[in-house]
Ligand binder design. Structure first.
Ligand SMILES: [Mg+2]
Length: 363
């Protein structure tokens, strides 16, 4: 572990100090595709596996597990190369439908902790917490739920902004977490290699090194004007990141304008009354989520979502209907009349009233 910050101390400290600023978590699955495959095929667990295209088709490795990494196999490496490094490598074709299903389940779990979520990719997301939520505790709960419910692991980083949260999630990977509370930001960033800043690739790193900048601390000796003169707009990025600054909010277009919950059933629901019987449990979970927003359930426009066994789906909303168990029940009955097929997934939700970005940023 190459940590420069004592993890136990920073974890204990986070609740009080992070309350003064933002609390951002970055959640990143550990070798996601490979982890899902190991869950599905436990006998592969300790063998080197990779998901990718065949070498005779000039394929590349998408993901590999840790046993394969020990041979030097990496993501984006040519499969032919990977086979040379690890002759016993078990190459699997990707099952995208399965991975996106697990991804959707992961995002569902994350939404239980905050409605402010930015999904970055299939296996990665940022969460913005409320001041009273304790970041290290939320991180622990997320890791536990993902492990228990999905059978894979995630690593979580927590910090006052997106840049540092992402660096932190990578710190104790796999299956780890790291918190960087505000009062530790300065010492943490000072010794951070500039290559850890997203946007600073090998070429840019080389140019920085040429002028003596290898760590964030090195760059702090430069004033903004000089950095901009040398490196243009990237100079501004360097100036801010080297001081641990990042004002980016979670991407607004990705932030939901609604709060919903859904459940995929292990066995398809056959009859209308079976579906109706699921409403109370869904409603309870939905209420828990609403409690984390500034809205009352009654103020939201309800909708229901039904996915059938053939994966077709229908969504029905009615602004005149109330977001109550009875209201959702009536919507569900209407939706089920559209198709007469077994049901594999039910969801309920409510759309926020028209809100501005400013209002959204308040919670
Ligand atoms: Mg990942």
């Amino acid at each position: 572990m190459n940590s420069c910050v004592d993890d136990a101390t920073s974890n204990d400290a986070d609740s009080d100090v992070m309350a003064q600023g933002r609390k951002v978590l970055h959640i990143d699955c550990d070798c996601f595709f490979a982890a899902v495959e190991m869950r599905e095929q436990p006998h592969l667990k300790d063998k080197p596996i990779a998901i990718g295209g065949e070498s005779d088709r000039r394929g590349v490795i998408a993901t590999c597990n840790y046993p394969a990494r020990q041979y030097g196999v990496r993501s984006a490496m040519a499969t032919a190369n990977a086979r040379r490094l690890c002759p016993d490598l078990i190459l699997l074709k990707g099952r995208m439908a399965l991975y996106s299903q697990v991804s959707a389940q992961l995002m569902e779990i994350l939404r239980d902790f905050s409605p402010l979520i930015e999904q970055v990719s299939v296996d990665e997301a940022y969460l913005e917490l409320q001041p009273e939520q304790q970041a290290s505790e939320v991180a622990r709960e997320i890791r536990e739920r993902v492990r228990n419910e999905l059978g894979i692991t995630v690593s979580v980083g927590g910090a006052p902004n997106k840049f540092l949260a992402k660096v932190a999630s990578d710190w104790n990977k796999p299956d780890g977490q790291k918190m960087i509370p505000p009062e530790r930001v300065d010492e943490f960033v000072r010794v951070l290699p500039v290559g850890k800043i997203s946007g600073v690739g090998p070429a840019f790193q080389g140019r920085l090194k040429a002028v003596g900048i290898e760590t964030c601390g090195d760059a702090r000796g430069w004033d903004l004007k000089e950095l901009v003169r040398r490196f243009g707009r990237s100079g501004v990025l360097i100036y801010q990141r080297c001081r641990g600054q990042d004002n980016r909010v979670l991407s607004m277009e990705r932030i939901r304008k609604s709060v919903s919950v859904e459940r995929t059933y292990a066995k398809d629901l056959q009859r209308q009354d079976e579906c109706l019987a699921e409403i109370p449990a869904l409603y309870e979970r939905w209420q828990e989520r609403i409690a984390r927003t500034p809205w009352q359930a009654e103020a939201l426009a309800p909708f229901v979502k039904v996915k059938f066994d053939d994966f077709t789906q229908t969504t029905l909303a009615d602004v005149t209907e109330l977001a109550t168990p009875e209201g959702f029940g009536r919507l569900l009955m209407q939706a089920l009349q559209r198709e007469d097929k077994p049901v594999r997934l039910l969801g309920i939700g409510g759309r926020f009233p028209q809100v501005s970005e400013q209002q959204l940023s308040l919670f």
